[in-house]
Design a protein around this ligand. Structure first.
Ligand code: F6P
Length: 323
């Protein structure tokens, strides 16, 4: 393999730059030319390729966001768009791809590989940590720490004013961000899509806390939670317990930015190296991940279709620790 390309796609995540850097330096180390594709699949279709060498990724390991920028491309979902992307890769002599992103990124890569046969190895880059085939995704640790910092601050004011805060954190359809935020932030309740806790249980728990003389509460609500988002849950609770002074905070896109933690830099570097060396060893259509401290390559089809389960004992921990 003489020339490969790397791109980031979907929601950005802290540590993506560390992963790009690792890809570029690993390819360079092995004498492979590497190109960066700007704006994910969208840039692939338009031919936005830039030659990357070791120096072009200097001073990036600590930076949030992605130097290659990111986008969600509707056009790549069409056969015509994918044909254009393939033509661009062929014209630029690209023989393999490293895709850094989440579920949508790998779904696109899998279809593309099946249609046009360009080998692709993925590195999991998403704050959501919802990918089967790795214990942690790049960006997750940073996002959790960012959210936790916000929750600590909310706790101060909740305590001062005897209030109940409903704090909404990201995670798309999963509660991976919500769980450590609840345990580490000392929350009374955590609501995640995987368990679908009813609002009645929330009301009962808050009422019983109130009776035990608790005066401030934090309820962490994962954005994808059913039966509702933080605002909806807060409204229902306020109706049931009018004496509770409620507020809602949506942590939002703050979770996607910032300098990656040490854990994210390390993971991104490991997986960037693994992605390039996987391609060199003939791997295709797989995502590099770390499970139980070991490097594993999981087929995209499993990564996309299999659900990474939340350890239910974490829910019990929140219950015990908020007594
Ligand atoms: O996948 C990362 C993520 O931040 C999710 O947690 C969230 O649901 C989504 O992306 C937000 O997407 P956007 O930046 O397009 O609003």
């Amino acid at each position: 393999m003489k020339r490969i390309a790397v791109f980031t796609s979907g929601g950005d995540a802290p540590g993506m730059n560390a992963a790009i850097r690792a890809v570029v330096r690993t390819a360079t180390y092995h004498g492979i030319e590497v190109y960066g594709i700007m704006r994910g699949y969208s840039g692939m279709i338009k031919g936005e390729f830039v030659r990357l060498d070791s120096a072009s990724v200097s001073n990036t390991v600590q930076k949030g966001g992605t130097i290659l920028k990111s986008a969600r491309s509707m056009k790549f979902m069409t056969k015509e768009g994918r044909q254009q992307a393939f033509d661009q890769l062929v014209n630029n002599g690209i023989e393999g791809l490293v895709a850094i992103g989440g579920n949508g990124t790998f779904t696109g890569a899998m279809i593309f590989e099946e249609e046009f046969g360009i080998p692709t190895v993925g590195a999991p880059g998403t704050i959501d940590n919802d990918l089967y085939g790795t214990d942690y995704t790049i960006g997750y640790d940073t996002a959790v720490n960012t959210a936790l910092e916000c929750i600590d601050k909310i706790r101060d004011t909740a305590d001062s004013h005897d209030r109940c805060f409903f704090v909404e954190v990201m995670g798309r359809d999963s509660g991976y961000i919500a769980i450590p935020c609840a345990i580490g932030g000392g929350a009374e309740i955590v609501m995640i899509p995987e368990t679908q806790m009813s609002t009645d249980v929330v009301i009962d728990t808050l009422q019983s806390g109130w009776q035990r003389s608790k005066t401030s509460f934090i309820v962490i609500v994962a954005e994808g939670d059913e039966p509702g988002n933080a605002t909806q849950v807060a409204d229902r609770v306020k109706t049931a317990i009018p004496q509770l002074d409620t507020r809602v905070t949506i942590v939002g896109h703050i979770q996607r930015g910032g300098s990656p933690t040490a854990a994210d830099r390390l993971l991104a570097s490991q997986l960037g190296i693994a992605a390039v060396e996987g391609l060199m060893n003939g791997m295709r259509n797989v995502m590099a991940g770390i499970i139980d401290k070991k490097l594993v390559y999981t087929p995209f089809t499993d990564t996309i279709n299999k659900k990474k389960l939340i350890n239910q004992s974490f829910m019990r921990m929140v219950e015990i620790l908020s007594v």
